[in-house]
Design a protein around this ligand. Structure first.
Ligand SMILES: [Fe+2]
Length: 410
């Protein structure tokens, strides 16, 4: 072997091990998801430049480029948009998923900023046209109508079709100002697109956790579409002193204490300290424990469940809302009172032949912790119009109901 060959081999070995060490460090810092072996995302992209206008967004994900602007979807009740332009071009921003009574606020920073801002409303979607003046920043935000007194509903495992449409209708009829969806919107092909229509035509906005069915199907990644049409995997917002924190339990995550999820959970303020966080509502898809250990549909890595529970309890969090198991339950999970609201498909109604499934409702009032109660979901038979339900009815041996549904759904 010549010395030049030896040097070359040493060099390649050095580069190879450098890459391996670098790759391992990167993986360790960001975290990987498995199955799929994808890196966990750092959170949604929050800044763009369109036709010379710089846009920075807080609390909304990018959906698509629109003529003269952008389409975004809010994943918090009070999103913010900041723009900086040269005063020549105007820009349109279409923002989905706002409370119908959310109020637009415009802050024109620095002197002389007279940006043109127009707002149009279409149900939960607002379209604003902005012409930022040269050099100045225009900040736009929306304020939730009554952050001191409001109601929310929570349920998961609805799929994206007619059952989800009913869940939204029922939540609104119960007086909820928004829905917390506890994950599993995707059960069959087309569910994200159906969900997108159902969410945008509802009376109230939805903030959703990502479920295992939304994350992947076999080795096919579904989560990029969830991130674009529904929202990010992790989010946090505060409304009237109550903080809602959603953390991702859709797939395994390694190492547990790294990545975006850990970053959010490690930086939670202490509940009750000062006035900033009076109460916290923790939200996720997969519960950290199953009240029925025989069934055990909880998070399958006990070490991860333990770490998540410890983080929540250490920050004074006492309530967790989860889905995944298609039941209604509440139980004490070592100090973390856990609600499982996983009856979004209301299959139980068909099994027992009467209204049985329930939706969780939370009330926020000044100075109080959130008050929870269960309400009947009352899903009508004609809301069960998925291809999936036909297979369920076959399994339940209900040919007459199947024939009736076929007629109702056609
Ligand atoms: Fe699930």
């Amino acid at each position: 072997m010549t010395s030049s060959n030896l040097n070359r081999r040493r060099f390649l070995l050095l580069v190879g091990s450098g890459l391996a060490v670098g790759g391992a460090a990167y993986t360790y810092a960001r975290g990987v998801r498995f199955p799929l072996l994808h890196f966990a995302g750092a959170g949604p992209v929050d800044h763009w430049s369109v036709d010379g206008i710089g846009v920075v967004v807080k609390g909304a994900v990018f959906q698509s480029v629109e003529p003269d602007g952008l389409r975004l979807r809010a994943f918090v009740p009070e999103p913010e948009v900041k723009m900086r332009g040269d005063g020549r071009a105007a820009m349109r921003i279409v923002l989905e998923n706002l409370h119908p009574n959310a109020r637009l606020t415009v802050n024109r920073a620095e002197t002389g900023g007279q940006s043109v801002v127009e707002e149009q409303r279409d149900n939960l979607t607002r379209t604003i046209t902005v012409k930022p003046t040269g050099g100045n920043e225009t900040g736009i935000s929306w304020r939730f109508p009554n952050p001191e007194r409001y109601r929310f509903a929570a349920i998961g495992d609805s799929g994206g079709g007619t059952e989800l449409r009913w869940v939204l209708k029922r939540a609104s009829a119960l007086g909820a100002d928004f829905l917390i969806h506890l994950g599993d919107i995707y059960y069959e092909k087309g569910d994200f697109d159906r969900a997108s229509i159902n969410l945008n035509t509802a009376d109230i906005p939805t903030y959703a956790a990502i479920g295992d069915h939304d994350f992947s199907k076999g080795w096919r990644a579904l989560y990029p579409k969830f991130h674009r049409l529904i929202g990010p995997s992790n989010w946090v917002f505060s409304l009237g002193g109550v903080e809602f924190v959603n953390f991702d339990t859709a797939a395994h995550f390694f190492p547990t204490a790294r990545g975006r999820r850990a970053q959010i959970l490690q930086n939670l303020a202490q509940v009750g300290s000062g006035d900033s966080v009076r109460d916290r509502v923790a939200v996720t898809h997969t519960p950290l424990s199953d009240p029925d250990p025989e069934r055990n549909h909880a998070l399958s890595r006990p070490a991860a469940a333990r770490w998540l529970r410890e983080r929540l309890l250490a920050s004074g969090t006492r309530r967790l809302l989860a889905g995944n198991i298609h039941i209604k339950a509440e139980f004490d999970d070592r100090g973390l009172h856990t609600y499982i609201a996983g009856q979004g498909l209301a299959h139980a109604d068909l099994i027992v032949d009467r209204p049985y499934a329930e939706i969780l409702v939370g009330d926020v009032e000044p100075g109080q912790t959130v008050r929870y109660q269960w309400k009947p979901l009352n899903m009508p038979v004609e809301a069960h119009c998925s291809a999936r339900i036909m297979r369920v009815l076959d399994a339940l041996e209900r040919p007459e109901l199947k024939a009736r549904l076929r007629k109702l759904c056609s």
